[in-house]
Design a protein. Structure first.
Length: 221
């Protein structure tokens, strides 16, 4: 979450009835950037050494009005953070009963989820069909996932039959790359299809000087 977003305490429940509308929020606790300056209540980060965390339950009224959330603020030392990591980071969960360790563990796996979402749109063919009915969407997406899985299995089979794939030779702009990505799998599949004479464009042959302009014969009725 944004470290400058204000966080409010939960409204107090009063037994006595009073005039006017009951308050929606409690007192202002501060933003994660302000809460980072607190001296007490910090404990060690479960995964990152030299880092401290602290948690609160409150309201992010501008985004989730009236819904209590668990906020975990991560604080780093300026010398240990360096240029790659921020001094203050804030994470939240809509389940206030979840522990801070679980929230940090889930967010540590979030990058893999984002990569999978990107691959599904770029290489699996999801979200590109024009279906609107629910059953058609499920059918089209399931077919795309099956074809993507078959393409990956074909790629692994080719690697087992050959001596392997020198990624640094075919992809020289990745000198540190040791494992294939979905882009490598898709490119290898296209190159194999092109070598076999299978092209995605209809009526396109390499041995013809130009495309035929004659009309196709209509199929018999």
């Amino acid at each position: 979450m944004k470290i400058s977003s204000p966080i409010y305490a939960l409204p107090r429940k009063t037994k006595k009835k009073s005039r006017g509308r009951p308050p929606k929020t409690g007192e202002r606790l501060g933003s994660p950037k302000e809460l980072m300056r607190k001296r007490k209540g910090w404990r060690k980060h479960p995964h990152e050494p030299g880092c401290e965390i602290q948690e609160w339950v409150g309201l992010w009224q501008s985004v989730l009005p009236g819904h209590p959330i668990k906020i975990v603020v991560v604080r780093r030392d300026k010398k240990k953070a360096g240029k790659k990591k921020r001094l203050c980071e804030a994470y939240f969960s809509t389940n206030p009963e979840r522990s801070a360790e679980d929230i940090l563990k889930i967010y540590s796996r979030r990058w893999k989820v984002e990569i999978d979402i990107r691959d599904s749109a770029e290489f699996y063919g999801l979200a590109k069909n024009q279906c609107r009915r629910h059953d058609r969407i499920i059918g089209a997406n399931s077919f795309c996932q099956i074809m993507a899985a078959l393409r990956a299995l074909w790629f692994f089979q080719q690697l087992q039959q050959s001596d392997g794939m020198d990624l640094q030779r075919y992809r020289p702009w990745y000198p540190h790359k040791t494992k294939p990505s979905q882009l490598d799998i898709e490119t290898a599949c296209k190159e194999s299809l092109n070598a076999s004479g299978v092209f995605p464009i209809t009526r396109f042959l390499m041995d013809l000087p130009r495309n035929s302009t004659k009309a196709k014969q209509a199929a018999p009725q």
